[in-house]
Design a protein around this ligand. Structure first.
Ligand SMILES: *Cc1c(COP(=O)(O)O)cnc(C)c1O
Length: 365
């Protein structure tokens, strides 16, 4: 089979989604399935659907557009604040978007009026992580102005923590989001459908037994796909952490000194090579590199160590394992390796289909 390839077990993804959807439903929280890290892959979206997910989120209009072109009709929210220049496409392909800028909301409203639709808006609030969000003190004024746009329907409020600064969702900041939802409703006499508390970093908080207040939605990508919460990257109980793996092929295998010789300067990525001398090692080169994947996000099988990478080569100390030129090595992936592999044209995506066709594989892309 072609290498390198990303093997995707749709059954494990569906299992994970199902477990999380059920656990969170008991807290009154619904799951938006986030498809950005799989580039809007339809097969993954269908696996989410089989698990009971009915709403989707993606950060890229292009991914949403390609899902629509593939005939996907479920609600999809653009979860990155839209660029003003893409307002027309956002309204065309996404029923709703997350927003923080009144000028962008204005552009979305105009586009919606031209297209004869109403576009849903969730206002994102800054609660300390310092990425996107309206400062809490400015929320009421922003709601007031948002409510005036004829092409816009205010659907709710939300926040995003952990991604930029690692700020953990806790009872305090989540309590503040709930309080803001109550204040908006009592000020304007409306009701907010959506109070979206965050992403995969919210799993511990949501399942800890803490009062989840008004929060009724989480947007989950990594927790479903890789089976981990994202504050400590601990496996979530009952979830598969190996729904994705990368397979690469060995193109050179030789016993070599571990220490380079000659005068040492920068390598291809501006780093200075490590010079620790461990005697001779069995060094293998796998035909995969930065062009295909984030090499530092690969987890090798036991007995094999990753000792270097360039654009096209992954250098391995293969120890006493019995590999040969032409052998394949299978790696687990982290989020960073996953998104790079999904977006690399050099990595074939191979999906394992339904359990009833156990063992059958189908190649896409
Ligand atoms: C990427 C993203 C998510 C999903 O994050 P995961 O860690 O993959 O669950 C949720 N919300 C926003 C705004 C995002 O950008």
């Amino acid at each position: 089979m072609t290498a390198p390839r990303l093997e995707i077990d749709l059954e494990k993804i569906s299992d994970n989604a199902h477990t999380l959807v059920n656990a969170l439903a008991q807290k009154g929280i619904c799951v938006t399935g986030v498809t950005k890290s799989v580039r809007g892959c339809m097969r993954v979206a269908e696996a989410f659907t089989r698990a009971g997910i009915t709403q989707f989120g993606d950060s890229r209009v292009g991914n949403i557009e390609s899902m629509r072109q593939a005939g996907f009709s479920a609600p999809i929210t653009l979860i990155r604040s839209p660029m003003m220049s893409e307002a027309e496409r956002v309204v065309r392909y996404a029923g709703m978007s997350f927003n923080t800028e009144i000028d962008v909301i204005s552009a979305l409203s105009s586009a919606a009026e031209v297209q004869g639709v109403v576009h849903g808006v969730v206002l994102m609030v800054e609660l300390g992580d310092l990425r996107e969000g309206i400062m809490p003190g400015d929320l009421i004024d922003t709601v007031r102005r948002t409510l005036r746009f004829p092409g816009i329907k205010l659907k709710g409020i939300g926040t995003n923590l952990a991604c930029r600064s690692g700020v953990a969702p806790d009872e305090k900041n989540m309590g503040q989001l709930s309080a803001l939802a109550n204040i908006v409703e009592s000020t304007f006499g409306n009701s907010l459908d959506i109070v979206s508390g965050g992403n995969s970093a919210n799993i511990d908080w949501a399942l800890s037994g803490a009062d989840t207040g008004r929060v009724n939605n989480l947007r989950l990508g990594e927790a479903i796909l890789l089976g981990r919460e994202t504050l400590h990257r601990r496996p979530i109980k009952g979830l598969h952490t190996n729904a994705f793996s990368i397979v690469a092929e060995i193109i050179e295998l030789k016993v070599k000194p571990s220490r380079p010789w000659g005068q040492l300067a920068q390598n291809a990525f501006g780093e200075t090579a490590p010079i620790a001398d461990q005697g001779t090692i069995t060094q293998a080169i796998a035909a995969i590199g930065h062009y295909d994947v984030d090499p530092m996000g690969l987890v090798p099988p036991s007995g094999i160590k990753i000792i270097g990478a360039s654009s096209d080569h992954l250098i391995l100390d293969v120890g006493t394992t019995h590999l040969r030129v032409g052998s394949e090595v299978t790696f687990d992936v982290n989020y960073s390796a996953l998104i790079r592999a999904m977006s690399s044209p050099f990595v074939t995506k191979v999906m394992t289909v339904m359990r009833r066709h156990r063992g059958a594989k189908t190649v896409i892309h």
